[in-house]
Ligand binder design. Structure first.
Ligand code: AMP
Length: 434
């Protein structure tokens, strides 16, 4: 199937061609035709499947076809998404796809000054991409009215739930006009999301596309068996001796990410870390430097990296293997996007061999062990646990691993394809403003 067969307008066809998209992905093939007709959608799909274009292209086309609204532009399409990174990426895509169309879009999210955002809104906006907390703030302050919204997208609904935003989402929905098109996307379908979908979608077209677990086959995987204490040297060696253009390195903790980053910079390998303790500005700068090729390595925790969309990411490196095998699948799905080839390397110590087995069982693949390894495993017994130093006082942020695990548990509890509507285990939830 081609994009032409989806009846997209010439301006959008030229835009997708300039993006280098040759043919629509499965979710685009199935979502675009009903979305163009104004149908509600219930999409079971994750980041990496091309779902952004699946809703963004029909939105742009439908808004362009509407009669020119007289007077000031009003928000006619609202896209709600859980994280700043996703909001920025969706907005970036909308700007790219809509480059030939006379539509204005804006993006708002918390953690940064609201002034540039309110100035942008004051100039008039057709499409607004927002995270729920900042949207409600600006609505309460009178900067935003949603009474002209005719198209509403709720993106990554299950993550909204995991991150404790679902009440904010419900409050936003309550202010939307009744007559509208709604598209809801979620990687998994826990009961609360299934209920929300049932309450706000009218006769939706249901679309489920394979989760990235199936894309694992496209990714070249390898594991280096080593010792915990040698991992830093091994990582430096890999980056110095292997043809690795760009690598996203995963660590289990925020401190781990900082430590790895320091070691790499010490070895003159440009690297930056992104995790929940970094300011929004620092995270964005790191991500932009990485995308622009100014730094070769981005070190990230699972939470910070979920939803990050980096074209042309050649390698994912697991500095530590995750204890949940699904997290491994999510991590390596950052490379090999939209059918591209990617490489995933893992550094595995003795204690992590059980995690490796669980990953191989889930993906039904044996991950080849690399023989050429100057830092091989020499310790064949568990590392004795060190007494932990006292923790600094809690700041109220979600502990990253816990939140990542909660997300994975939810994923396990209700896979979109086979458990739709089944009761999901309640994960520990904590409210966090975005
Ligand atoms: P998404 O799931 O929307 O985050 O998209 C994942 C990645 O796939 C992004 O980098 C998109 O630019 C890319 N992409 C989306 N649609 C296509 C397509 N039809 N062909 C190739 N790449 C695509």
């Amino acid at each position: 199937m081609t994009f032409q067969q989806l009846h997209l307008m010439p301006q959008l066809l030229r835009a997708v061609e300039q993006e280098g998209y040759l043919r629509p992905t499965p979710i685009q093939q199935r979502a675009i035709p009903p979305a163009l007709r104004g149908r509600d959608l219930l999409g079971c799909a994750q980041t990496g499947t091309g779902k952004t274009a699946a809703f963004a292209l029909p939105i742009l086309q439908r808004l362009s076809e509407e009669k020119d609204p007289r007077g000031k532009r009003r928000i006619r399409a609202l896209i709600l998404t859980p994280t700043r990174e996703l909001a920025l990426q969706i907005h970036e895509n909308i700007v790219s796809y809509g480059r030939e169309l006379p539509l204005h879009s804006a993006v708002i999210f918390g953690g940064v000054s609201q002034n540039p955002q309110t100035e942008e809104l004051a100039r008039g906006v057709d499409v607004l991409v927002a995270t729920p907390g900042r949207l409600l703030d600006l609505m309460n302050q009178g900067f935003i009215r949603l009474d002209s919204v005719g198209i509403f997208v709720l993106d990554e609904a299950d993550r909204m739930l995991d991150m404790g935003f679902i009440h904010d989402v419900r409050r936003v929905i309550a202010t939307l006009p009744e007559r509208r098109q709604t598209m809801l996307f979620s990687a998994t379908m826990p009961q609360e999301i299934a209920q929300l979908a049932a309450s706000m979608l009218h006769n939706p077209e249901r679309i489920a596309v394979a989760p990235p677990a199936t894309t694992v086959e496209l990714i070249e995987q390898a594991v280096y068996l080593t010792d915990k204490a040698k991992k830093r040297n091994l990582l430096v060696w890999l980056l110095q001796n292997r043809p690795i253009d760009s690598a996203l390195v995963f660590t289990r903790t925020k401190h781990g990410a900082d430590r790895v980053c320091k070691v790499l910079n010490g070895a003159k390998i440009p690297a930056q870390a992104i995790h929940g303790d970094k300011s929004q500005g620092a995270r964005q700068r790191a991500l932009s430097s990485f995308k622009e090729g100014k730094i070769r390595v981005l070190v990230a925790t699972d939470i910070a990296a979920r939803g990050i969309d980096i074209d042309a990411l050649s390698h994912v490196i697991n500095f530590e293997l995750p204890n949940e095998p699904e997290t491994y699948v999510h991590r390596i799905g950052r490379t090999g996007r939209a059918g591209a080839q990617g490489v995933a390397l893992s550094l595995c110590d003795f204690d992590e061999l059980t995690y490796l087995k669980a990953i191989e069982a889930l993906t039904r693949q044996k991950i080849p062990v690399v023989e050429e390894n100057p830092f091989p495993m020499e310790r064949f017994e568990p590392v004795p646990k060190q007494p932990r130093p006292p923790r600094p006082p809690r700041t109220g942020a979600v502990p990253e691993q816990k939140a990542a695990d909660a997300g994975t548990q939810r994923q396990q509890a209700a896979s979109c394809r086979n458990d739709e509507g089944s009761p999901a285990k309640k994960s520990p939830r904590r409210r966090r403003r975005n």
